[in-house]
Design a protein around this ligand. Structure first.
Ligand SMILES: Cc1cc2nc3c(=O)[nH]c(=O)nc-3n(C[C@H](O)[C@H](O)[C@H](O)COP(=O)(O)OP(=O)(O)OC[C@H]3O[C@@H](n4cnc5c(N)ncnc54)[C@H](O)[C@@H]3O)c2cc1C
Length: 463
């Protein structure tokens, strides 16, 4: 089997990359070791940054997200039985985030790929990446009991933290930076309407808790638990009682209980592999880096990586210049380290380390006091959470160079949730197409849409 870009892994990184390349007229084959049902059900991320929302829309994969996703304009911080709301648009130049589950992003991208894209093989396990340093890298794989080889011009390892692609980078050029945290998250999915309409991040002397949601009828809740905890060791009633303790406030706020349908424990880790490129092998998403989930950055980083790759390859195709591909690793790593920093800050701000001293506890509370009393400190959190605009290989902010970079999700998504402006619903920020292609708005119904027959997948926001 032969293709231009061999993609290993059909998580959000691999699926979106296939879509972006297809839109740019570049062929690809996606190999995914698991079956479709497994990929579509794996509960993980749920917060999409502004830039991710923009990219999905521009790639033609945002229709259901705009209908069913929940635009969130803030989060609540809870500590010392007090509540403090962080208002994103007011603090972060109009930016917001979207609650739309990773499972749904994957479902949308899988459906599009199977309908319009190149081959997407489920149950196809990549065994290795061979010849990454040559012009013809190869991926031997098994599919339906048979062995085969995918011959490529480029291979992109989107195969997650435990994939095979990273192993093809020789040890003498690899550098690994890692931090593991001595606690994990017990995450539950519950069939009950969220008890608050925005995410609640609670710091408590018994440990961290997070109230999140997947839809208006499904809550996603997390508890900090000791490293190595078995999820099944926690009875449902114990989970609810512990959540109630950690979310407790001095006002009348109440946590609604409901049937728990899923339970799992996630370890907390920060990890970066440098470089993210070796020859014609490129690493993207969790294959190259992991962030603790407190900052909600993992999926968004994966999107940033594949946008950078697709844009660089399109540039090569159109101009003959490999300059952007050469800059791939450095370009991605700048954003990755900012996300690592933000995730580290959020994790240490809100979790209780097992050996925390009274001094450290006081400093932690002082950090929270600072955020709730200083606009500058609060704005820093809001900017980090909603995601900063991508920069180009020279480190300039896209926001400084194009009107698209300055435009934000100023209108609420047309899903009915928290739509209080009274205006006709519209698709927030529609990115200006990069370099070529045309677009226009259809204004009569208040809905905006691309009229161009060609949807360019790469907004300048992500240049
Ligand atoms: C509990 C939890 C909560 C999270 N919350 C958030 C959040 O709110 N916001 C956020 O942005 N991020 C969050 N994340 C992180 C986010 O889920 C990941 O960063 C994201 O899944 C990365 O996507 P990916 O495509 O790089 O990797 P993955 O989603 O891991 O996909 C990799 C794919 O490769 C396949 N694969 C592996 N090996 C092979 C092989 N040899 N051959 C073929 N296929 C292979 C796997 O089966 C998998 O489908 C969270 C993660 C967890 C665990």
């Amino acid at each position: 089997m032969r293709t231009t870009v061999g993609i290993i892994g059909a998580g959000p990184a691999g699926l979106l990359l296939a879509r972006l390349l297809r839109n740019a007229g570049i062929d690809s084959v996606v190999l995914e070791s698991r079956d479709r049902a497994y990929v579509e059900r794996r509960q993980r991320a749920g917060i999409l940054e502004q830039g991710t929302v923009d990219v999905l829309r521009a790639a033609g994969a945002g229709e259901r997200m705009d209908r069913e996703g929940l635009r969130h304009d803030g989060i609540e911080l809870r500590f010392d039985r007090r509540r403090h709301r962080v208002d994103f648009p007011a603090l972060a130049g109009g930016r917001a985030v979207m609650v739309y589950a990773q499972t749904e992003v994957c479902k949308d991208l899988i459906a599009l790929q199977l309908e319009e894209g190149g081959p997407l093989l489920f149950g196809a396990e990549a065994l290795a990446v061979e010849g990454a340093g040559t012009e013809r890298p190869r991926v031997p794989f098994t599919h339906e009991g048979r062995e085969d080889v995918l011959e490529c011009d480029y291979v992109v390892g989107c195969d997650g933290f435990r994939g095979v692609a990273r192993q093809a980078v020789p040890a003498e050029v690899s550098r690994v930076f890692e931090r593991t945290y001595p606690f994990g998250w017990l995450g539950v999915l519950a069939d009950v309407a969220p008890s608050h309409d925005e995410l609640v991040y609670a710091r408590h002397e018994r440990g961290f808790a997070l109230l999140s949601m997947r839809s208006p009828a499904v809550s996603r809740l997390y508890l900090q638990v000791p490293e190595g905890t078995d999820a099944e060791a926690w009875a449902d009633d114990e989970i609810w009682a512990e959540l109630e303790r950690r979310f407790e406030t001095d006002d009348a706020w109440r946590l609604e209980r409901g049937p728990i349908t899923q339970k799992s424990v996630t370890p907390m880790r920060g990890y970066v592999h440098e470089p993210m490129r070796h020859g014609r092998l490129f690493l993207a998403g969790d294959a190259a880096h992991i962030v603790p989930p407190t900052g909600a950055k993992g999926l968004n980083l994966a999107v940033g990586d594949v946008v950078t790759f697709a844009r660089a390859l399109t540039h090569l195709k159109e101009t003959g210049s490999g300059e952007r591909l050469d800059a791939y690793s450095a370009t991605c790593l700048r954003r990755v380290w900012q996300a690592e920093r933000f995730s580290y800050d959020m994790t240490t701000l809100l979790h209780r380390p097992p050996a925390a001293t009274p001094f450290e506890e006081r400093v932690q509370l002082a950090r929270l006091e600072r955020i709730t009393s200083s606009r500058a400190a609060e704005a820093d959190l809001a900017e980090g959470y909603t995601g900063s605009p991508w920069s180009d290989p020279n480190g300039r902010s896209a926001a400084g160079r194009s009107p698209a970079g300055r435009r934000r999700m100023t209108d609420r998504a047309p899903n009915g949730h928290r739509t209080t402006t009274g205006r006709a619903p519209c698709y927030g920020f529609v990115p200006v197409l990069a370099g070529h292609g045309t677009h226009a708005y259809r204004g009569s119904t208040g809905e905006r849409s691309f009229l161009s027959s060609r949807v360019n997948p790469l907004p300048t926001y992500y240049s």
